[in-house]
Write a protein that binds this ligand. Structure first.
Ligand SMILES: C[S@@+](CC[C@H](N)C(=O)[O-])C[C@H]1O[C@@H](n2cnc3c(N)ncnc32)[C@H](O)[C@@H]1O
Length: 399
């Protein structure tokens, strides 16, 4: 199982033995509610750590529990993360309706059948750009790649254990659809994990995260919401990236949506195992060609900007990067906008045009904030960095 490789690290023998060989009294595994279930690999052991405490008194408690499949080292890092999780838990529906209640509005979306895609999340009312529509705490975190000496069957056992130990395993098992299936050697849990989980960064490692409610969000190549993961709360927040009308489907992008249609289809097929039927992929051949041309041009301009900057032709690179912004905007690639502003921001700073550097840093900051910045997310780090740069520019301008 490999969506993206994760680095493996060494760990202290003392830590391993503390985590693995503790006695049979479950309280000594705290914050885990189950004895860690471990496989001894020739390198690090790999274990399932579960917190299935559904009471509101436990510090790490969450309504739907959490299982993490990892090495003892990362699990020990996660202990700190769990301390920050609000004690009342973060069930998606609770949180979404909680924020809705505050505004005296109804829940923003509900799961319904969508033609050709199974189930999906449909807006129940008007949702404004920037509104949080879901906060979903991760249920299962798994390595994206396992060492070679752990067999496929052992990985399947770890995954099965991770789900089985959750307080409501059926909440995860119900996500299973007719996927790659047993004939291709996939176990039910492995298959559902591969077709429903998203890569997240925890403790510097890329892990696959399964989020019970987010798993009902279908993909679109022009999505109307975006995802923000917080390492602090282990929750994914979904924020509207434009105004959404009642009855519209809420969509996210599973891949780099700036790619031309052929590349998007092949990536979705290879990694996710389905053929995309989103509105952009269903355009007439003529309209799709126009969009593909713009997207191919976007890839070319990106590459050209890098090459020009590497060759020290900064003013030419600035010109191309500004063309790139126009194209990204024309193609409605809202999610790519903050990153694309960073390019002229850095280039203008480099050539000493501080006024323009300030303008683009400011635009990047605004675009990021419009898309939602969660505490403990990588976007929060980026906002901090841009603000520091803006302060530095102000200082230099007033010197
Ligand atoms: C994370 S799940 C989304 C929820 C799913 N539709 C359900 O019924 O639970 C991913 C699966 O939904 C379907 N899907 C998602 N986006 C799609 C799209 N744009 N076109 C066609 N099928 C899609 C595919 O079957 C994919 O494997």
């Amino acid at each position: 199982m490999a969506r993206q490789s994760s680095s493996r690290r060494t760990l202290s023998a003392a830590l391993v033995s503390t985590l693995i060989t503790q006695g049979s009294d479950p309280t000594t595994f705290s914050p885990w509610t189950h004895r860690p279930f471990c496989l001894k690999a020739s390198s690090d052991p790999w274990c399932v750590y579960t917190n299935a405490d559904t009471s509101s008194s436990g510090r790490a408690s969450v309504n739907h529990g959490i299982s993490i499949i990892t090495t003892p080292e990362l699990a020990s890092g996660t202990l700190n993360l769990l301390k920050h999780v609000p004690p009342t838990g973060l069930s998606s529906s609770d949180t979404a309706s909680h924020s809705a209640t505050r505004k005296n509005e109804s829940k923003p979306c509900q799961v319904k059948s969508v033609t050709g895609k199974g189930l999906g999340a449909i807006a129940t009312r008007r949702i404004l750009k920037g509104e949080k529509v879901l906060v979903d705490r991760v249920a299962v975190l798994s390595a994206a790649e396992y060492p070679e000496d752990i067999s496929r069957k052992q990985v399947q056992d770890l995954l099965a254990k991770a789900v089985e130990q959750l307080p409501e395993p059926e909440m995860v098992l119900k996500l299973s659809r007719k996927g790659r299936g047993e004939e291709q050697g996939f176990s039910v849990v492995e298959d559902l994990l591969l077709s429903n989980s998203f890569l997240v960064e925890v403790g510097g490692q890329s892990l696959m995260g399964l989020f019970g409610d987010l798993a009902r969000f279908n993909h679109a190549c022009e999505p109307n919401t975006n995802m923000r993961f917080s390492e602090k709360t282990l929750a994914m927040t979904i924020v509207a990236s434009r105004d959404i009308e009642p009855g519209e489907e809420l969509t996210i992008s599973y891949i780099d949506a700036t790619l031309p249609s052929k590349d998007r289809q092949s990536t979705l097929q290879k990694i996710w195992g389905f053929r995309c039927t989103c509105p952009l992929c269903r355009l007439s051949r003529h309209q799709r060609r126009a969009s593909d041309e713009r997207r191919t041009e976007i890839q070319t301009l990106r590459q050209e900007t890098i090459e020009l900057a590497q060759a020290g032709k900064f003013h030419d690179a600035i010109g191309i990067s500004e063309q790139l912004i126009k194209l990204i905007d024309q193609e409605g690639l809202t999610l790519a906008i903050p990153d694309v502003y960073d390019i002229p921001a850095a280039l203008y700073y480099h050539v000493g045009n501080l006024v323009k550097a300030r303008e683009y840093n400011f635009l990047s900051l605004m675009a990021l904030q419009e898309l939602g910045v969660e505490e403990g997310s990588k976007e929060e780090d980026k906002v901090k960095m841009i603000k520091e740069t803006l302060d530095k520019i102000e200082e230099e301008l007033s010197a």
